[in-house]
Design a protein around this ligand. Sequence first.
Ligand code: ATP
Length: 384
Amino acid sequence: MVENAEVTQTPSPSNEPSTSANHPLPSTAHAAHPQGHESIFVRPSDLLRPKAASRTTVPTTPPDRPIDRDQRAGLKAIRDFLRIRNCYDVLPLSFRLIELDVGLTVKESLNILVQCGIVSAPLWDSSTSTYAGLLTVNDYLNVVRYYNLHADKLKDVDKLLLSDLKDVEKVLDVKPPETVSASPEAILYDALRQQLVSRARRIPLVSYDSDTQRTMVTSVITQYRILKFIAMNVKETEVLRKPLAMIKLGTYGNIVRCTMDTTVLDVVDEMVLKNISSVPVVTTEGILLNVFEAVDVIGILKTGDYGNLTWTVGKVLSARSPNHPGIYCCSLEDGLDTIFETIKRSRVHRLMIVDDNNYLKGILSLSDILHYLLVEGQEETNPT
Ligand code: ATP
């Protein structure tokens, strides 16, 4: 209708009367003259004329500045490096591996994690002698939600086995954790691309012994370990100077936040529903005070008292160990160069993006950074 109106107001040679025999017309051409006026026929091509505004728009590409070229060179150097390394290279010279049997209770597993100072572990099914997936904080968050919804079952909580966790997931209707794994010899770049597709946050390195026809877990590589490996070995991280604001890296809209008075249960619900591992704690004005992390739940559950989940976020944070490393912040003007410097020096799990007044602007997770390093400027489906 819009095109017809335009045509009838500004007749042009091509709009001149014609016969329907010469030019079969689209029905819309007639619709412009519903009152039976003498029809002004138009050719179909007239209806496809570009609008005046679009005829005058000249497409422009932003100029290629040194900062853009450096950014591309930095990303290329990182990708080239990842293509000549295998997963095994990421592991430190000496490391330990704690594997948990699925026959352990959830309570026992919590004690082991706390005693060993770890937050995830590969699971082993001794009945089949196979790797049985990765136990992570998310499993404990699911347990919390499950008992919150089924308080009548809480009396049996101490009997809940790690092998029962998949039933908990089914009841909650949450997606089962990703079981992606890689061979220690796999090319690091390929393993990371696979991890991106599956959205797994850790890669268990599983090797297959053809003699015994059994699988064996060598270690688990985390996003932090991979980023630190890059930070320590690729000097071109120094040229990734483009500010976060320019590369639009991180999450800025619909940030899940809480206050010091929010209960842990409410925060856990949000973390499970949105599949996130932290929730910034802010004032009513949006000023960042702290960050509640999924791992904080382990500290609460280790007492075995699920009633503690009614604690407020403020109470949990004040009960944190004095050795807690604190939270890491950056600004929209920071580039990945300074962020890699921080990763080199400290065990960063995420960065809060704030302005000069500590007003929360966004969140930069380690998966955001890895995603950018691997796919920026190229099709996600075409990893070459
Ligand atoms: P992990 O921290 O468990 O290793 P990760 O690096 O993927 O995993 P997540 O916290 O799970 O970090 O973040 C997943 C995605 O959700 C990222 O894109 C991140 O920017 C975004 N995100 C993280 N926290 C929040 C939040 N509180 N509100 C909204 N989005 C968030």
